[in-house]
Design a binder for this molecule. Structure first.
Ligand code: ADP
Ligand code: MG
Length: 316
């Protein structure tokens, strides 16, 4: 192992595993994951110790659909169990693909997946006011019927149909942080906090209890990066850079962004709540906690981005 090892958390966006253009069958997900991980192997070769997080949107949507279709035949699975199951399943897929890639590249590193609980505040404001859409689309009548038969809260997703909404509380701490930190420091690649982790709160007696909610994977990745003492947070998505006026005629791609500037642009509405917003918020949080550098880029540009030749770099 090189002596100039750096520690980074790499957050894999949904596109790294199941791009929208591809049907999300398991063979397709495996094939695409293997392809995406080639860039991660290059990061390891460049001297990084890594923890890897990933999104789970389509996978959890499918898991919830299965629960619904099996209603009355197999027990209902609460959201926390679905997230845990998917952490295991996607973890297996990423772990095996990465381990195979490392072996073929002659790089002697272990890879493990850790099912991760993440502490949230049981009084988080989102718990009374759920806003995160998950799962299938329904007609208004179907959705209201589902809500009447269960504990679901349903809302209209702007003209797209009705969906279930769940709280998305702010992540506070990664429960397995010490184990993850030790493994990463020893050179093991750890896949963790998949889908943002399983939200739990701490009861008065110190015990953990699950909450029916989901955590944003970018915000959880920043907390993980802080909790394991990483220098860098690398957020991989399907755009090469962050833009101002994204998608408008006066769009400007950004090479570099300061923390205060990022905060200002976020405030001005350049980074929407459901997509670029949490990435920029994660960057601001991580830098505020003492992180050195955040990179937002696409998986195919990550190797160039770590040397500053691609992507958007966000610094203090
Ligand atoms: P991921 O699965 O990687 O989290 P998201 O869809 O949540 O992906 O976020 C990435 C998307 O954010 C990009 O595909 C892009 O369309 C969108 N986006 C919104 N605002 C911006 C912006 N200001 N700059 C770049 N991309 C943006
Ligand atoms: Mg996202």
């Amino acid at each position: 192992m090189k002596s100039d090892q750096k520690t980074a958390v790499v957050a894999l966006g949904g596109n790294a595993i199941s791009p929208i253009a591809e049907e999300d069958t398991i063979p397709n997900q495996f094939r695409h994951t293997r392809q995406s991980l080639k860039a991660i192997i290059e990061l390891i070769r460049e001297g990084y110790n890594l923890a890897i997080t990933h999104g789970n949107g389509p996978q959890v949507g499918n898991a919830l659909l299965r629960v619904e279709l099996a209603r009355g035949k197999a027990p209902i699975l609460p959201l926390g169990i679905c997230v845990a199951d998917i952490q295991g399943g996607m973890g297996y897929m990423i772990e095996q693909s990465l381990q195979n890639g490392l072996n073929l590249a002659g790089i002697d590193r272990g890879v493990v997946t850790i099912v991760t609980q993440v502490v949230v505040d049981k009084d988080d404001s989102s718990i009374q006011n759920p806003t995160k859409y998950i799962g299938q689309f329904y007609t208004e009548e179907e959705a209201k019927g589902m809500a009447a038969r269960s504990s679901w809260v349903v809302k209209e997703d702007k003209g797209r149909g009705w969906r279930r909404v769940v709280p998305s509380p702010n992540p506070l701490q990664i429960i397995n942080r010490r184990t993850i930190k030790d493994l990463v420091a020893g050179g093991t690649v750890v896949i963790t906090a998949g889908g943002g982790g399983i939200p739990v709160y701490v009861e008065d007696d110190g015990c953990y209890e699950g909450v029916d909610a989901v955590i944003d994977k970018d915000l959880a990745s920043a907390v993980l990066a802080r909790d394991i003492g990483a220098e860098e947070l690398i957020i991989l998505t399907d755009v090469e850079k962050v833009a101002l006026n994204y998608g408008k005629p006066d769009q400007v791609w950004l090479d570099e962004l300061g923390r205060e500037e990022a905060r200002q642009y976020l405030h001005e509405g350049h980074f929407p709540y459901g997509s670029m917003g949490p990435k920029i918020k994660a960057a601001i949080n991580f830098l505020g906690w003492g992180g050195e550098k955040v990179i937002v880029t696409s998986i195919d540009k990550v190797v160039d981005a770590i040397s500053g030749e691609a992507g958007t770099k966000i610094l203090n």
